[in-house]
Ligand binder design. Structure first.
Ligand code: NAP
Length: 270
């Protein structure tokens, strides 16, 4: 088991990449605190981990709420003894043209995708530092960005802004806390087959479809069609393929890696 003795928080653990990550971390021996705004999905992830013999706890959390971050970190330390792994994964997608985007939609996306990551680091780092001072090996923060944090995409300007922000924020955190033996890296998925593609705002769907090269006439965002057009490996990725990268960054195998970008995109940005 590659993560035996580790204690992790995974946000957005009720669905998609977060669920696959929580399951993978627990399979490798970590005790995992699962959080999300989706209670039913969170409990489903918890059940899956319990059935497989893993160790996990669930807590409802909106990542934009600072008090809830304080509580989640404190509860993790109370239940699992310490914190050394934080996966800031919760996120939303919003496809809208800049001139049509409301300030409310911009702020909502920025809040969940970027401020949520900031708050996680703000409250997770002191707990990780305390563990290191008490003899722990070190901490690992893994922030989920996107290929949209590496390249611009028309129709996704707001999303790109949040994910580009996550990328450079992660590098600054890496340098700021390296002396505390806390690592921080960003992960950049390409097109991954998760429910996020069914949730992108109706109003911006056409801009997003055009931007991503979806065949005309589609009335939702078919992930396989987008992947075929944009991904050299000619398929969408699976959430487990992102989780595998996150497990590596959480493990001591990546002990000399900080401030880096792990791109898992089937060749999109090659
Ligand atoms: P997903 O299946 O929609 O899962 C995201 C989870 O986050 C959902 O359970 C969602 O709940 C939850 N969430 C939304 N707002 C939240 C909040 N304020 N506080 C706490 N939880 C919240 O999406 P995913 O594809 O797994 O995405 C996970 C991460 O990967 C995101 O950061 C996303 O931007 C990134 N990403 C995904 C792809 C992709 O192709 N799938 C590509 C690049 C990057 P609700 O369902 O209730 O909203």
């Amino acid at each position: 088991m590659r993560l035996k003795g580790k204690s992790a928080i995974v946000t957005g653990a009720a669905s998609g990449i977060g669920r696959a990550t929580a399951i993978a971390l627990a399979r490798e021996g970590a005790a995992v605190m699962l959080t999300d705004i989706d209670d039913a999905g969170g409990h489903a992830t918890l059940d899956a981990i319990a059935k497989a013999g893993g160790r996990a706890a669930w807590r409802h959390q909106d990542v934009v709420d600072e008090d809830q971050w304080r509580e989640v970190v404190a509860e993790t330390v109370r239940l699992h003894g310490h914190l050394d792994t934080l996966v800031n994964n919760a996120g939303i997608g919003s496809g809208q043209l800049v001139v049509e985007m409301s300030l409310e939609a911009w702020n909502r996306q920025l809040g969940i995708n970027l401020t949520g990551v900031f708050l996680g680091c703000k409250h997770g780092i002191p707990a990780m530092r305390a563990h290191v001072q008490g003899g722990g090996k070190g901490g690992s923060i893994i922030n989920i960005s996107s290929v949209a944090g590496l390249e611009g995409a028309p129709g996704l300007a707001g999303y790109c802004a949040t994910k580009g922000g996550v990328r450079l924020f992660s590098k600054a955190v890496a340098k700021e806390y390296a002396a505390d033996r806390i690592r921080c890296n960003s992960v950049h998925p390409g097109i991954i087959d998760t429910p996020i593609w069914t949730k992108i705002d109706e109003g911006g769907l056409s801009a997003t479809r055009d931007a991503l090269g979806t065949p005309p006439g589609a009335n939702s965002i078919p992930v396989d069609a987008i992947a075929l057009v944009n991904t050299p490996l000619q398929r969408a990725g699976q959430p487990e393929e992102i989780a595998a990268g996150i497990v590596f960054l959480a493990s001591d195998e990546s002990a000399f890696i900080t401030g880096s970008e792990l791109v898992i995109d089937g060749g999109w940005t090659a």
